[in-house]
Design a binder for this molecule. Structure first.
Ligand code: GUN
Length: 291
């Protein structure tokens, strides 16, 4: 029987533990605060940010949301970040990506105070992660590690194949999995659009992590019997009848579930974990800043 890895259930446990910690910090006079900044009118980005704000409310974190007109000059976003850096009630800052083309994304990430960088995207935090002493583990790969742990998936000595080399998922995921225990010690292969014979790699994997952003890119024929399949993709596609849309992952679920030992669904797999780990990082940021 294929095990369905229920991200909603694991995320609910993580949120419950966070809510307790938030209550303790709040009682001590340092209620954690998270600022989300949106400079986009992309409906998906708007939805993601509003879900993050709702999560904050649920666990007692003070959520602040700021919208910057997508047509405004880049300086307006930079000034917003500067103000949030200086605001002691804000412990975490998340600028929803992507930002408009006229804004320098690297400048945005550099500008956020690294102690408030709950995404873990600031170059200082990327450096710390790669060096093996992360301050903030990026939310999606951190969430994947938690899911593997919650479902007793052994990473020690496992062959893990990551499909996708993004700064947000693929690269930090690879770095975390190669690190020493408690979670890591895997042998990691990172595949991408120029990989020749992708299936030859994925078929050898004990753990396949799909993060390419291409709907149903990986199917059951590319998965080894009994492997663990983690699907990071979130793609909105038209339904077969052309009447509406649906969310699918980077993995063709039905054929992969036939051969996998364990698999995450989309939705309800990695997504809720990404959101939960943002709350975790916010509490960590508040703890670091309030000592
Ligand atoms: N856009 C898509 N994923 C992310 C993420 O993890 N963080 C931010 N800030 N923007 C995103």
């Amino acid at each position: 029987m294929t095990e369905i890895i229920d991200g909603n259930a694991v995320a609910a446990d993580v949120r419950a533990a966070i809510a307790d910690r938030v209550e303790t910090l709040t009682d001590a006079g340092s209620r954690p605060g998270l600022a989300t900044v949106l400079m986009s009118d992309d409906p998906a980005s708007e939805t993601y940010v509003s879900m993050k704000q709702r999560d904050c409310e649920e666990v007692g974190i003070e959520g602040i949301h700021i919208e910057v007109d997508p047509e405004a000059p880049a300086d307006e976003l930079y000034a917003t970040i500067d103000e949030l850096n200086d605001d002691d009630s804000v412990h975490g800052i998340l600028v929803q990506l992507p930002v408009p083309d006229h804004v320098d994304e690297r400048e945005v990430l550099r500008r956020i105070d690294p102690e408030k960088d709950v995404d873990g995207f600031h170059p200082e935090n990327v450096g710390r992660l790669v060096a093996g002493h992360a301050r903030f583990k990026p939310c999606t790969p951190h969430g994947v590690l938690k899911l593997l742990e919650a479902h007793d998936v052994e990473t020690e000595g496992a062959d893990a194949v990551i499909v996708g080399r993004s700064d947000i998922v693929g690269k930090p995921m690879a770095n975390l999995l190669i690190q020493k225990a408690p979670q890591g010690n895997a042998t990691v292969t990172v595949c991408h659009s120029r990989t020749e014979d992708l299936a030859a790699h994925t078929r050898n994997a004990d753990i396949v992590i799909a993060a390419v952003g291409v709907p149903e890119f990986i199917d059951g024929s590319m998965i080894r019997e009994g492997a663990t399949v983690i699907d990071v993709g979130v793609n909105r596609i038209e339904t077969d009848d052309g009447e509406g849309t649906e969310l699918v992952g980077d993995v063709e679920y039905d054929s992969a579930a036939d051969v996998a030992g364990a698999i995450t669904p989309v939705p309800g797999g990695v997504g809720p974990m990404t959101r939960a780990m943002l709350l975790y990082n916010t509490v960590k940021a508040a703890s670091l800043q309030t000592g």
